[in-house]
Design a protein around this ligand. Structure first.
Ligand SMILES: Nc1ncnc2c1ncn2[C@@H]1O[C@H](COP(=O)(O)OP(=O)(O)OP(=O)(O)O)[C@@H](O)[C@H]1O
Length: 327
Protein backbone atom coordinates (compact mmCIF):
# COMPACT_ATOMS: atom_id res chain seq x y z
CA UNK A 1 0.00 0.00 0.00
CA UNK A 2 1.16 3.52 -0.74
CA UNK A 3 1.24 5.96 2.19
CA UNK A 4 -0.26 8.62 -0.05
CA UNK A 5 -1.82 8.17 -3.49
CA UNK A 6 -2.97 11.27 -5.36
CA UNK A 7 -4.90 11.21 -8.61
CA UNK A 8 -5.73 14.32 -10.62
CA UNK A 9 -6.33 16.33 -7.49
CA UNK A 10 -7.63 19.84 -8.21
CA UNK A 11 -8.58 22.83 -6.08
CA UNK A 12 -10.20 25.94 -7.47
CA UNK A 13 -10.91 29.14 -5.58
CA UNK A 14 -13.56 30.74 -7.78
CA UNK A 15 -12.05 30.97 -11.26
CA UNK A 16 -8.52 30.53 -9.95
CA UNK A 17 -7.00 27.06 -10.07
CA UNK A 18 -4.60 26.79 -7.12
CA UNK A 19 -3.90 23.05 -7.61
CA UNK A 20 -4.23 21.78 -11.14
CA UNK A 21 -4.86 18.06 -11.57
CA UNK A 22 -1.79 16.74 -9.79
CA UNK A 23 -0.98 13.03 -9.45
CA UNK A 24 1.76 11.38 -7.39
CA UNK A 25 2.39 8.56 -4.91
CA UNK A 26 4.40 8.52 -1.70
CA UNK A 27 5.87 5.29 -0.34
CA UNK A 28 5.65 4.23 3.27
CA UNK A 29 8.52 5.58 5.33
CA UNK A 30 9.53 8.11 2.70
CA UNK A 31 10.31 11.78 3.39
CA UNK A 32 8.66 13.51 0.47
CA UNK A 33 9.06 17.21 -0.22
CA UNK A 34 6.84 19.60 -2.12
CA UNK A 35 9.11 22.39 -3.23
CA UNK A 36 7.84 25.50 -4.91
CA UNK A 37 7.77 29.29 -5.04
CA UNK A 38 5.28 31.37 -3.07
CA UNK A 39 1.73 30.72 -4.14
CA UNK A 40 2.61 27.55 -6.09
CA UNK A 41 -0.06 25.49 -4.33
CA UNK A 42 1.98 23.58 -1.73
CA UNK A 43 -0.12 24.46 1.31
CA UNK A 44 -3.35 23.96 -0.61
CA UNK A 45 -2.19 20.48 -1.64
CA UNK A 46 -1.33 19.30 1.84
CA UNK A 47 -4.42 20.98 3.30
CA UNK A 48 -6.51 18.77 1.01
CA UNK A 49 -4.54 15.66 1.96
CA UNK A 50 -4.98 16.50 5.64
CA UNK A 51 -8.78 16.97 5.06
CA UNK A 52 -8.66 20.63 6.05
CA UNK A 53 -9.84 21.67 2.57
CA UNK A 54 -12.08 19.68 0.25
CA UNK A 55 -10.90 19.14 -3.32
CA UNK A 56 -12.81 20.53 -6.29
CA UNK A 57 -12.13 17.30 -8.20
CA UNK A 58 -9.82 14.30 -8.31
CA UNK A 59 -9.09 11.94 -5.46
CA UNK A 60 -6.50 10.93 -2.94
CA UNK A 61 -5.89 8.28 -0.31
CA UNK A 62 -3.83 8.78 2.81
CA UNK A 63 -2.81 5.62 4.72
CA UNK A 64 -5.43 3.78 2.67
CA UNK A 65 -8.28 6.16 3.57
CA UNK A 66 -10.10 8.23 0.96
CA UNK A 67 -9.77 11.96 1.82
CA UNK A 68 -13.37 12.69 0.75
CA UNK A 69 -15.22 9.51 1.79
CA UNK A 70 -13.35 8.75 5.02
CA UNK A 71 -12.18 11.97 6.66
CA UNK A 72 -12.15 10.39 10.11
CA UNK A 73 -9.97 7.53 8.95
CA UNK A 74 -7.52 10.02 7.45
CA UNK A 75 -7.47 12.22 10.55
CA UNK A 76 -6.72 9.30 12.85
CA UNK A 77 -3.78 8.31 10.67
CA UNK A 78 -2.08 11.68 10.33
CA UNK A 79 -0.18 14.19 12.40
CA UNK A 80 -0.19 17.83 11.35
CA UNK A 81 2.31 20.57 12.09
CA UNK A 82 1.18 23.70 10.30
CA UNK A 83 2.16 27.30 10.89
CA UNK A 84 -0.60 27.98 13.34
CA UNK A 85 1.31 28.24 16.62
CA UNK A 86 -1.30 26.30 18.51
CA UNK A 87 0.75 25.58 21.63
CA UNK A 88 -0.54 26.90 24.91
CA UNK A 89 2.09 29.36 26.13
CA UNK A 90 0.88 29.26 29.72
CA UNK A 91 1.34 25.49 29.99
CA UNK A 92 4.53 23.45 30.21
CA UNK A 93 5.67 21.17 27.38
CA UNK A 94 4.50 18.17 29.37
CA UNK A 95 1.06 19.72 29.95
CA UNK A 96 0.71 20.63 26.26
CA UNK A 97 1.43 17.03 25.34
CA UNK A 98 -0.90 15.67 28.00
CA UNK A 99 -3.75 17.91 26.87
CA UNK A 100 -3.34 16.80 23.26
CA UNK A 101 -3.27 13.14 24.35
CA UNK A 102 -6.56 13.58 26.17
CA UNK A 103 -8.15 15.02 23.04
CA UNK A 104 -7.21 11.82 21.27
CA UNK A 105 -8.44 9.78 24.28
CA UNK A 106 -5.10 8.10 24.82
CA UNK A 107 -5.16 6.33 28.22
CA UNK A 108 -3.19 8.06 30.99
CA UNK A 109 -0.39 5.52 31.34
CA UNK A 110 0.28 5.28 27.59
CA UNK A 111 0.04 9.08 27.31
CA UNK A 112 2.77 9.48 29.93
CA UNK A 113 5.02 6.88 28.34
CA UNK A 114 4.74 8.31 24.87
CA UNK A 115 5.20 11.89 26.10
CA UNK A 116 8.39 10.84 27.84
CA UNK A 117 9.65 9.05 24.73
CA UNK A 118 8.75 11.84 22.27
CA UNK A 119 10.16 14.67 24.38
CA UNK A 120 13.37 12.66 24.52
CA UNK A 121 13.28 12.20 20.73
CA UNK A 122 13.09 15.96 20.13
CA UNK A 123 15.58 16.78 22.90
CA UNK A 124 13.22 18.55 25.28
CA UNK A 125 13.29 16.21 28.30
CA UNK A 126 15.26 18.64 30.42
CA UNK A 127 12.87 21.50 29.72
CA UNK A 128 9.64 19.53 29.91
CA UNK A 129 8.38 21.31 33.05
CA UNK A 130 9.11 24.82 31.79
CA UNK A 131 6.39 27.04 30.42
CA UNK A 132 6.26 27.17 26.63
CA UNK A 133 6.42 30.97 26.80
CA UNK A 134 10.08 30.58 27.82
CA UNK A 135 10.89 28.47 24.73
CA UNK A 136 12.81 29.60 21.64
CA UNK A 137 11.29 29.30 18.15
CA UNK A 138 13.17 26.08 17.45
CA UNK A 139 12.09 24.48 20.73
CA UNK A 140 8.46 25.33 20.04
CA UNK A 141 8.67 23.76 16.60
CA UNK A 142 10.20 20.61 18.11
CA UNK A 143 7.44 20.45 20.69
CA UNK A 144 4.81 20.87 17.95
CA UNK A 145 6.37 17.95 16.08
CA UNK A 146 6.44 15.79 19.22
CA UNK A 147 2.81 16.65 19.87
CA UNK A 148 1.85 15.81 16.29
CA UNK A 149 3.28 12.33 16.85
CA UNK A 150 1.55 11.53 20.15
CA UNK A 151 -1.29 9.52 18.63
CA UNK A 152 1.20 7.51 16.54
CA UNK A 153 0.22 8.77 13.09
CA UNK A 154 1.38 6.87 10.03
CA UNK A 155 1.82 10.04 8.01
CA UNK A 156 3.15 13.35 9.33
CA UNK A 157 2.45 16.62 7.47
CA UNK A 158 4.93 19.42 8.05
CA UNK A 159 4.16 22.76 6.45
CA UNK A 160 7.44 24.68 6.11
CA UNK A 161 8.89 23.13 9.27
CA UNK A 162 11.84 25.51 9.58
CA UNK A 163 10.27 28.74 8.32
CA UNK A 164 11.75 31.71 10.16
CA UNK A 165 14.32 29.70 12.14
CA UNK A 166 18.03 30.48 12.16
CA UNK A 167 20.40 28.17 10.20
CA UNK A 168 21.71 26.31 13.25
CA UNK A 169 18.24 25.58 14.59
CA UNK A 170 17.15 24.46 11.13
CA UNK A 171 20.03 21.99 11.09
CA UNK A 172 18.98 20.56 14.46
CA UNK A 173 15.42 20.22 13.31
CA UNK A 174 16.49 18.37 10.17
CA UNK A 175 18.33 15.87 12.37
CA UNK A 176 15.19 15.30 14.43
CA UNK A 177 12.96 14.88 11.40
CA UNK A 178 15.45 12.48 9.89
CA UNK A 179 15.66 10.51 13.11
CA UNK A 180 11.94 10.19 13.63
CA UNK A 181 11.40 9.03 10.08
CA UNK A 182 14.04 6.31 10.59
CA UNK A 183 13.21 5.31 14.16
CA UNK A 184 9.44 5.51 13.97
CA UNK A 185 9.14 4.47 10.31
CA UNK A 186 6.81 7.34 9.72
CA UNK A 187 6.01 8.82 6.31
CA UNK A 188 6.74 12.54 6.22
CA UNK A 189 5.36 14.95 3.66
CA UNK A 190 6.70 18.44 3.95
CA UNK A 191 6.45 21.67 2.06
CA UNK A 192 9.39 23.99 1.80
CA UNK A 193 10.82 26.81 -0.22
CA UNK A 194 14.32 26.14 1.11
CA UNK A 195 16.46 24.26 -1.42
CA UNK A 196 18.95 23.02 1.17
CA UNK A 197 16.14 21.65 3.29
CA UNK A 198 14.66 19.67 0.42
CA UNK A 199 18.09 18.43 -0.67
CA UNK A 200 19.16 17.37 2.80
CA UNK A 201 15.94 15.75 4.02
CA UNK A 202 13.86 14.44 1.17
CA UNK A 203 14.09 11.04 -0.49
CA UNK A 204 12.07 12.45 -3.36
CA UNK A 205 10.96 15.93 -4.28
CA UNK A 206 8.00 17.15 -6.29
CA UNK A 207 8.61 20.61 -7.71
CA UNK A 208 5.32 22.43 -7.86
CA UNK A 209 4.73 25.57 -9.89
CA UNK A 210 1.45 27.30 -10.69
CA UNK A 211 -0.50 24.40 -9.24
CA UNK A 212 1.24 21.72 -11.30
CA UNK A 213 3.99 19.22 -10.55
CA UNK A 214 6.67 20.11 -13.06
CA UNK A 215 9.27 17.54 -11.93
CA UNK A 216 9.37 14.67 -9.48
CA UNK A 217 12.40 12.56 -8.58
CA UNK A 218 15.19 12.09 -6.05
CA UNK A 219 17.33 15.20 -5.51
CA UNK A 220 20.28 13.35 -7.10
CA UNK A 221 18.36 12.46 -10.26
CA UNK A 222 16.89 15.94 -10.60
CA UNK A 223 20.40 17.37 -10.49
CA UNK A 224 21.77 14.75 -12.87
CA UNK A 225 19.10 15.55 -15.44
CA UNK A 226 20.60 19.00 -15.85
CA UNK A 227 23.83 17.62 -17.29
CA UNK A 228 27.41 17.65 -16.05
CA UNK A 229 28.28 21.24 -15.15
CA UNK A 230 26.71 24.62 -14.69
CA UNK A 231 28.49 27.90 -15.41
CA UNK A 232 26.98 30.87 -13.62
CA UNK A 233 27.86 34.29 -15.00
CA UNK A 234 27.12 37.49 -13.18
CA UNK A 235 26.66 40.44 -15.48
CA UNK A 236 25.20 43.89 -14.94
CA UNK A 237 24.35 44.04 -18.67
CA UNK A 238 22.40 40.85 -18.72
CA UNK A 239 18.75 41.13 -19.60
CA UNK A 240 16.87 38.41 -21.36
CA UNK A 241 18.36 36.13 -24.02
CA UNK A 242 21.88 36.57 -25.31
CA UNK A 243 22.31 35.93 -29.01
CA UNK A 244 25.24 33.85 -30.25
CA UNK A 245 24.84 31.30 -27.48
CA UNK A 246 23.18 28.72 -29.69
CA UNK A 247 26.13 26.33 -29.47
CA UNK A 248 25.79 22.60 -29.86
CA UNK A 249 27.56 21.98 -26.54
CA UNK A 250 25.14 24.12 -24.56
CA UNK A 251 22.33 22.07 -23.13
CA UNK A 252 20.37 24.81 -21.51
CA UNK A 253 20.58 28.48 -20.53
CA UNK A 254 18.55 30.32 -17.97
CA UNK A 255 18.61 33.92 -16.89
CA UNK A 256 17.48 35.85 -13.87
CA UNK A 257 18.24 39.20 -12.21
CA UNK A 258 21.77 39.99 -13.24
CA UNK A 259 22.83 36.34 -13.55
CA UNK A 260 22.61 33.70 -16.18
CA UNK A 261 23.49 30.05 -16.13
CA UNK A 262 24.70 27.73 -18.85
CA UNK A 263 24.30 23.97 -18.40
CA UNK A 264 26.71 21.83 -20.38
CA UNK A 265 28.65 18.58 -20.24
CA UNK A 266 32.23 19.71 -19.98
CA UNK A 267 32.73 23.22 -18.64
CA UNK A 268 36.53 23.09 -18.81
CA UNK A 269 36.52 22.42 -22.52
CA UNK A 270 34.12 25.22 -23.44
CA UNK A 271 34.62 27.93 -20.83
CA UNK A 272 37.06 30.03 -22.85
CA UNK A 273 34.85 29.92 -25.96
CA UNK A 274 31.88 31.00 -23.88
CA UNK A 275 33.74 33.93 -22.32
CA UNK A 276 35.08 34.95 -25.74
CA UNK A 277 31.57 34.96 -27.17
CA UNK A 278 30.35 37.17 -24.35
CA UNK A 279 33.25 39.58 -24.71
CA UNK A 280 32.60 39.79 -28.46
CA UNK A 281 29.02 40.70 -27.67
CA UNK A 282 30.35 43.42 -25.33
CA UNK A 283 28.70 41.86 -22.34
CA UNK A 284 30.34 42.88 -19.10
CA UNK A 285 31.21 39.97 -16.83
CA UNK A 286 31.44 40.57 -13.09
CA UNK A 287 32.09 36.99 -12.06
CA UNK A 288 32.12 33.46 -13.42
CA UNK A 289 31.69 30.27 -11.42
CA UNK A 290 31.63 26.65 -12.48
CA UNK A 291 29.87 24.07 -10.38
CA UNK A 292 27.92 20.84 -10.43
CA UNK A 293 24.16 21.41 -10.74
CA UNK A 294 22.49 22.26 -7.44
CA UNK A 295 18.83 22.01 -6.58
CA UNK A 296 18.73 25.78 -7.06
CA UNK A 297 19.70 25.23 -10.73
CA UNK A 298 17.05 22.51 -11.03
CA UNK A 299 14.44 24.82 -9.57
CA UNK A 300 15.39 27.63 -11.90
CA UNK A 301 15.25 25.25 -14.84
CA UNK A 302 11.74 24.04 -14.09
CA UNK A 303 10.12 27.20 -12.74
CA UNK A 304 12.15 29.94 -14.45
CA UNK A 305 12.59 31.45 -11.01
CA UNK A 306 15.14 31.47 -8.27
CA UNK A 307 14.69 31.40 -4.54
CA UNK A 308 17.74 32.80 -2.87
CA UNK A 309 17.80 32.05 0.80
CA UNK A 310 18.45 35.64 1.77
CA UNK A 311 15.38 36.74 -0.18
CA UNK A 312 13.37 33.96 1.37
CA UNK A 313 14.66 34.95 4.80
CA UNK A 314 13.56 38.52 4.38
CA UNK A 315 10.10 37.39 3.44
CA UNK A 316 9.76 34.86 6.20
CA UNK A 317 8.22 37.04 8.83
CA UNK A 318 5.65 38.46 6.48
CA UNK A 319 4.82 34.98 5.25
CA UNK A 320 4.56 33.56 8.74
CA UNK A 321 2.14 36.28 9.76
CA UNK A 322 0.12 35.72 6.62
CA UNK A 323 -0.02 31.98 7.18
CA UNK A 324 -0.94 32.32 10.83
CA UNK A 325 -3.83 34.59 9.98
CA UNK A 326 -5.03 32.25 7.28
CA UNK A 327 -5.15 28.98 9.25
N1 LIG B 1 -8.74 30.40 0.64
C1 LIG B 1 -8.24 30.89 -0.48
N2 LIG B 1 -8.97 31.68 -1.30
C2 LIG B 1 -8.47 32.16 -2.45
N3 LIG B 1 -7.22 31.91 -2.91
C3 LIG B 1 -6.46 31.13 -2.15
C4 LIG B 1 -6.91 30.58 -0.90
N4 LIG B 1 -5.90 29.83 -0.37
C5 LIG B 1 -4.88 29.93 -1.25
N5 LIG B 1 -5.20 30.70 -2.32
C6 LIG B 1 -4.34 31.00 -3.47
O1 LIG B 1 -3.93 29.79 -4.05
C7 LIG B 1 -2.58 29.87 -4.48
C8 LIG B 1 -1.78 28.76 -3.84
O2 LIG B 1 -1.63 29.03 -2.46
P1 LIG B 1 -0.81 28.11 -1.47
O3 LIG B 1 -0.90 28.71 -0.11
O4 LIG B 1 -1.21 26.70 -1.65
O5 LIG B 1 0.65 28.28 -2.03
P2 LIG B 1 2.00 27.84 -1.41
O6 LIG B 1 2.72 27.11 -2.47
O7 LIG B 1 1.80 27.15 -0.12
O8 LIG B 1 2.70 29.23 -1.20
P3 LIG B 1 3.42 29.86 0.05
O9 LIG B 1 4.78 29.26 0.05
O10 LIG B 1 3.42 31.32 -0.27
O11 LIG B 1 2.59 29.53 1.24
C9 LIG B 1 -2.10 31.26 -4.11
O12 LIG B 1 -2.18 32.07 -5.25
C10 LIG B 1 -3.07 31.71 -3.05
O13 LIG B 1 -3.23 33.12 -3.08
Amino acid sequence: MKAVAVEELTKKFGDFTAVDSISFDINEGEIFGLLGPNGAGKTTTISMLATMLSPTSGKAEVAGHDISADEDGVRKSIGIVFQDQSLDEELTAWENMDFHGRLYRIPKQIRAERTEELLELVGLTERKDDFVKTYSGGMRRRLEIARGLLHRPKVLFLDEPTLGLDPQTRNYLWDYIDKLSREMKITVILTTHYMDEADRLCGRIGIIDKGQIVALDTPENLKKRLGGDVITIKSPDYSGKISGLEKSWIENTEGYNGFFTVALHDAEEHLSELIETLINRKIKITSVSVHKPTLEDVFLHYTGRTIRDEEAGAKDHMRMDYKRRRH
